[in-house]
Write a protein of this length. Sequence first.
Length: 308
Amino acid sequence: VQAQQPTKVPRIGYVIATFLSTNSARIEAFQQGLRELGYVEGKNIVIEWRYAEGKLDRLADLAAELVRLKVDIIVSPGPAVTRPLKEATSTIPIIMAQDNDPVGNGFVASLARPGGNITGLSTLRPEISGKQLELLKEIVPKLSRVAVFGTSTRPGNAQELKEVELAAGAFGVKLQYLDVLDPKDIETAFRAASKGRAEAVLWLVAGPVTGAHRTQVVELAVKSRLPVIYPGRRFVEAGGLMTYSVNLNDLDRRAATYVDKILKGRTPADLPVEQPMKFEFIINLKAAKAIGLTIPPNVLVRADKVIR
């Protein structure tokens, strides 16, 4: 009787720019997606977790390490990680759990036909930023000046700003752009917004720059008495006013479907980049009270979740 060959257990690399603690919900969503498809970590799939702990200069080394390990697939939680992964390998499939502008960032040739070793999910963030400005206008009806906090070095920032400028023109709102390149720029930006007589803040900063500084951000917003709309629920859960954004946990759960398809023989070049299907509008009434703001009932009723 011929001995049965042991089945090869696939190895997945997953690189995180910050810490496990700041990404636990997204990681759990990815693991849940795998379980739904029959993959159990440590049993029929192995995940090589790597954390840069906020030190972005470590990402290239972590990417190179996974390439040397010859993992079957690498998952990236965002563009800050996808860039060094792309530079490290053109053969190992890379799955973007989310990206604000995959074509503009040079990761894929097109959403329908990525063409290389990278595919995954897009967040539509440039389109959403216009909607965020609209919501600020609804909660501050006489809104005329908005400070936009962004990161000029972040992929997709310019496209998001362009969408905000279009919306600002339609609403008759003047914008004050403030660059946040480093955590130390956060307090400086809030001071500049107050000095510029901003009546609200649109937060376009994302990724490692502020990921571990959410508490500081929401405290400065209260101190400045400025309504701020954020790009994700974690800011609002930390005490921020509101968010209208893509449900990132759902994107992470769906990233597991790409792992499954590639392990079953599909190639990233032929797997279209998918768009978000779930969005969330969350309001924190405690934060509103702290800055003396009353949220109109017609806005409250549209929220998916209200923190009281």
